[in-house]
Design a protein around this ligand. Structure first.
Ligand SMILES: *Cc1c(COP(=O)(O)O)cnc(C)c1O
Length: 337
C-alpha cells in the first residue's frame, strides 16, 4: 500500500515504540505489549498526530490560512490541532462542547484548554447536546466572509483523510512485529469518533494481517459505535482503492466500560490509571485511554485473552490529567517519615 500518494506533513515521531509491559503482564497473567502512540509528538503526542499529518497537508494544499475543529472541553484532538496550526503558521479556532457539566476550575481552564491557548488557538464554548458540526459550519462561514480560507476538520479528525494515519499505523505495527519475529494475536485500544479503529482495521484487512482489533468504547453504545467505525472503514478503503476489503465482522467494539457517559471518569478507569502509572510508569487519561485500559484489564482478568499476545495501542491523552485532578484522591501519598 503506497500511502505517499496522499499529501502528508511529516511531523510525527515515528515509528512509535512497541514495548513489553512486563509488570502488568505478570499482574494479569497475559502477555501484554504496548504501542506508544502517546509518544507521537506535537504537544506531547497522542493518536490525533497521525491523523493530522494527512488532514493538515490537505489544508495546506487547499491554501487554508485557518483551521477549525470541535470537541469536548478537554479535547486532545483540539490541542494537537492547535499545535499543528502553530507549527505550520495557520490560525486555529476550536469549538468546545460542554459534555460533562463540570464547573471545576481545572477542568475548564487547565489541561488541554491551557495548552490550546498556549499554542495560540482561540476557543468558544457551547452547551452539551449542541449541533457542533452545524455550529462549526456557521463559524467557518463567518470567517470566510471576513476573507479567511478556512479548512474544517471534523471532531476527532475522523474522516477518510484522517483515518489514513491509522492505516499507516497498522503497517508500522505489523512491520515492527515482522522484524522482531513477534506474533500479535490482538490489538486493543480506546475508540471514540472512530477514525483510529477505522484506519487500523482497514490497514489490517488491506494487508491481510489477520490481527483482530478490539475497540473499547468511550461514548456510543456498541451497535452505533461499530456501525460508525465500519462506515468510515468502508470510505477509507475506497479512498485507498481497495473498496470492500473490510467486512462488518472485522469491526468489534466492547462498550461495557463507558460508565455514566463521555468524559466522566469511572472507578475501573481510575484503577487502570493507577496500575499503568505504578506498574509501568505510563500515564493514561480518564476520558479515553483509561477506559480502553479498564476494558483490557477486566477482559484479561476474565480470561478473554488467555494464551494470547495482546498489543494495547496507547492513544495518548495524559495532557488532560491536569483538568481531571478532582477525580483522584491522593491524600495518602503525603507522608512524614
Ligand atoms: C480521540 C482519542 C481517542 C479515540 O480515537 P478516535 O479516533 O476518535 O476513535 C482515544 N484516545 C485518546 C487519548 C483520544 O484523544
Amino acid at each position: 500500500m503506497h500511502l505517499s500518494r496522499f499529501p502528508r506533513v511529516h511531523l510525527a515521531h515515528l515509528s512509535t515504540p512497541l514495548e513489553p509491559m512486563k509488570r502488568l503482564s505478570k499482574e494479569l497473567g497475559v502477555d501484554l505489549w504496548i504501542k506508544r502512540d502517546d509518544c507521537t509528538g506535537m504537544s506531547t503526542g497522542g493518536n490525533k498526530t497521525r491523523k493530522l499529518e494527512f488532514l493538515m497537508a490537505e489544508a495546506l494544499e487547499q491554501g487554508a490560512d485557518m483551521v477549525m475543529t470541535q470537541g469536548a472541553t478537554q479535547t486532545n484532538h483540539g490541542r494537537q490541532t492547535a499545535a499543528f496550526a502553530a507549527k505550520l503558521g495557520l490560525k486555529c479556532h476550536i469549538l468546545l462542547e460542554d459534555r460533562t457539566g463540570y464547573q471545576d476550575g481545572n477542568y475548564n481552564t487547565n489541561g488541554n484548554v491551557l495548552l490550546d491557548h498556549l499554542h495560540g488557538a482561540t476557543t468558544e464554548k457551547f452547551p452539551g447536546g449542541h449541533d457542533m458540526p452545524a455550529e462549526m459550519e456557521r463559524a467557518a462561514e463567518t470567517m470566510r466572509a471576513k476573507g479567511h480560507k478556512v479548512y474544517v476538520i471534523p471532531g476527532g479528525g475522523s474522516n477518510s483523510t484522517g483515518a489514513l494515519g491509522y492505516v499507516n499505523c497498522a503497517f508500522e505495527l505489523v512491520s515492527q512485529a515482522n522484524d522482531a519475529g513477534m506474533k500479535i494475536d490482538r490489538v486493543v485500544h480506546a475508540t471514540g469518533s472512530s477514525g483510529t479503529q477505522a484506519g487500523l482495521v482497514t490497514g489490517m484487512c488491506a494487508m491481510n494481517a489477520q490481527i483482530p482489533v478490539l475497540g473499547i468504547g468511550t461514548r456510543a453504545p456498541q451497535e452505533k459505535q461499530e456501525q460508525m467505525v465500519f462506515d468510515l472503514a468502508c470510505k477509507t478503503a475506497e479512498k485507498l482503492g481497495c473498496p470492500g476489503v473490510v467486512s462488518r465482522e472485522d469491526v468489534m467494539a466492547n462498550t461495557d466500560y463507558v460508565g455514566e457517559g463521555y468524559g466522566l471518569p469511572t472507578e475501573s478507569g481510575i484503577e487502570a490509571i493507577r496500575m499503568f502509572a505504578e506498574l509501568e510508569g505510563i500515564l493514561l487519561d480518564p476520558c479515553y485511554s483509561a477506559k480502553g485500559a479498564a476494558g483490557l484489564i477486566d477482559l484479561a482478568r476474565k480470561g478473554a485473552f488467555d494464551g494470547e499476545r495482546i498489543v494495547f495501542l496507547h492513544t495518548g491523552g495524559a495532557a488532560a490529567l491536569g483538568g481531571y485532578d478532582f477525580a483522584f484522591d491522593n491524600t495518602n501519598r503525603w507522608v512524614s517519615l
